[in-house]
Design a protein around this ligand. Structure first.
Ligand code: UDP
Ligand code: MG
Length: 329
């Protein structure tokens, strides 16, 4: 099957301008690999774009690494990035983004669940002027109870919290403009929140329905345990979206409320003790007052520290607190 290699594929050493980088994280997908790369090449060849496929081997232990390096030495359109160990899907994708050189970037899974034939559709949509086009697995082929239901709930909550109204956050098949990718920093398992992170960077986002197939080979790398991690990541993203450049607004506000109510209660108790001469040692209000004052001071100090950290974060990397789409003269 390998002879159908695209004739306009670009050797990765050549300094020619690339149109499209396709990033695929690979963790133990040995059986899928050659089929996958062939399918991607076939799908992209019809668009006559100069493309590169970047497969990131995320510490596979099933022989995927060998298959991938062999394929990469045979094909000029394939670049294999081999990570030292298994880091997870987010770091694997970040490594792929780092190596991508084209102006448009496509990501998809390495298990053949996404259909490379959808790539041209995503690119068309991207060319309409969007910065991110997300795939929507309208007919998703995964287990109903353990996968589809949690995912439905998660997508609803994520949409509500982040303000990005798309149906399917979990779909890896997406198209990006490379400037956007360069602005986003990925940590933990934040690949699921790329649309939300993109939204924070001011991206124009849309979605189109894409095909989805059942997993043919190997097993999914995730179980139900990811639900909890998604919730934690969601909190991070929510905070980043709302308060990244003004943490004092959240910590300071609640700190102030707590401090003021604590002090008021304390004053009331002082009056009760000094003016009315009553004993206040056994009053629950006393404990509440002390608790609120301490919490208030703590939240306030947190806010100040967060302000300092935020300034270091932006200024150390010369990271602007705004993003310019274009300047017209
Ligand atoms: N993957 C990876 N590193 C990991 C786990 C997964 O690179 O630690 C890759 C995996 O090979 C696949 C993609 O991420 O290409 C999505 O994984 P999977 O298909 O298991 O997730 P699901 O489709 O079940 O959500
Ligand atoms: Mg999959």
């Amino acid at each position: 099957m390998l002879q159908t290699k695209s004739n306009n594929s670009t050797p990765t050493t050549q300094k020619e301008q690339l149109d499209l980088s396709i990033v695929v994280p690979i963790y133990n997908e040995a059986e899928s690999l050659s089929l996958l790369i062939e399918a991607i090449a076939n799908a992209v060849t019809i668009t006559h774009l100069n493309y590169e496929i970047i497969c990131v081997d995320d510490g596979s232990t099933d022989g995927s690494t060998k298959i991938l390096t062999d394929l990469a030495t045979q094909r000029s359109d394939l670049k294999a990035v081999i990570l030292r160990r298994n880091y997870g899907q987010t770091p694997a994708m970040a490594a792929g983004f780092e190596n991508a050189r084209a102006k448009a970037i496509i990501t998809l899974d390495g298990d053949l669940q996404n259909d490379p034939a959808d790539i041209p559709l995503l690119l068309d949509k991207l060319n309409e002027g969007y910065d991110l086009v997300s795939g929507w697995r309208k007919q998703r082929q995964d287990a109903a109870l353990t996968r589809l239901l949690p995912s439905k709930i998660a997508n609803w909550i994520i949409g509500k919290v982040t303000g990005v109204k798309i149906h399917d956050y979990g779909c890896s098949l997406k198209a990006y403009r490379s400037e956007l990718v360069a602005d986003m920093n990925l940590y933990g398992e934040l690949h699921r929140f790329l649309p939300a992170l993109a939204y924070i960077e001011g991206a124009r986002i849309t979605e189109i329905p894409v095909r989805h197939h059942p997993r043919r080979y190997g097993n999914s790398k995730y179980g139900l345990g990811r639900t909890i991690r998604v919730v934690m990541d969601l909190l991070t993203v929510f905070f980043m979206k709302k308060f990244l450049t003004k943490p004092m607004h959240v910590f300071g506000f609640w700190g102030l409320i707590s401090l003021i109510s604590g002090i008021l209660m304390g004053l009331y108790l002082t009056v009760v003790k000094l003016v009315m001469g009553q004993n206040i040692g056994d009053r629950p209000l006393l404990i509440l007052s002390v608790l609120l004052i301490l919490t208030g001071i703590e939240l306030f100090s947190f806010g100040l520290l967060a302000e300092l950290l935020m300034r270091t974060y932006h200024e150390s990397q010369k990271r602007p607190i705004y993003r310019v789409r274009e300047v017209v003269q």
